[in-house]
Write a protein that binds this ligand. Sequence first.
Ligand SMILES: C[S@@+](CC[C@H](N)C(=O)[O-])C[C@H]1O[C@@H](n2cnc3c(N)ncnc32)[C@H](O)[C@@H]1O
Length: 268
Amino acid sequence: MENKQIDQLVEAVLKSSKYRNVCEDLIRNIGTHELLKRRNLKTAIKTTKNKLHQIGGAYFLKKPQYEMWLEKLQETKKSGNEDLFRQTCAEIMSHHYSTKERLKGLDEFYSRIFSNLPPIHSIMDVACGFHPLSIPWMPLPENTKYYAYDIYKDMIDFLNRFMHISNIQGFAEVRDILQHPPKIKTDLALLLNTLPCLEQIQKAAGLKTLEALNSKFLVVSFPVKTLGGREKDMRKHYEKTFNKLTEEKNWNIQRLEFKSELVFIVTK
Ligand SMILES: C[S@@+](CC[C@H](N)C(=O)[O-])C[C@H]1O[C@@H](n2cnc3c(N)ncnc32)[C@H](O)[C@@H]1O
């Protein structure tokens, strides 16, 4: 494969409005594999875009309105009415598939998860989507540090501004967590509905990522419905997959079931 071809592919993908905010590193990685498989530039551009859709684009239910959302967040935070602020966070989360699915049971979701963990003072949220907007529901000590990673530059910019408005310590960062897992050490790492996306980029990406993260506790979840809303025995499927993935590891694993997803709490 010529270097020129991969540069052309990256340029073409970044030109489309749907993918212009995606981290270049990831496009290059996926594009390189697609070019090696297909050798035809036009087809490789198309299949790279398809893959980006499957691992990220498909989860946006509507075009994000970041500027408008930030104004509303600022306004409701300033009002001092925490319920109103949470309502705004929930409304924003309803625009991304994974957070939307979780919305109905947020209090229960975090109280059950955190009651199974010691006090947590730092969190990394990898492939976070809009999930940091759930921080107001998490029973965390004040000054807990939060680090969030995803592949969209505009989303990450929005999350940094959200964290600033909410006085959350930490940052959000654009990162392909598969090629460059964060090196930071935290008490807890969240990988919510993430492993199936990573495994679409690379087989065996799931275990590789779990091993690479520098956290004693991991919360790993799997969706229980397809994006189209069908259940198709997904709980059974992902339970089997996760057990197989971790069978050679000497990790303590606890399983929690929610309406929105299947959760595993891993102690490394
Ligand atoms: C199914 S969504 C889950 C979002 C969030 N964790 C949640 O549960 O609400 C998958 C997320 O993974 C992100 N993603 C996919 N591949 C990634 C990668 N290689 N590095 C970082 N983020 C990635 C996507 O952009 C998307 O936001």
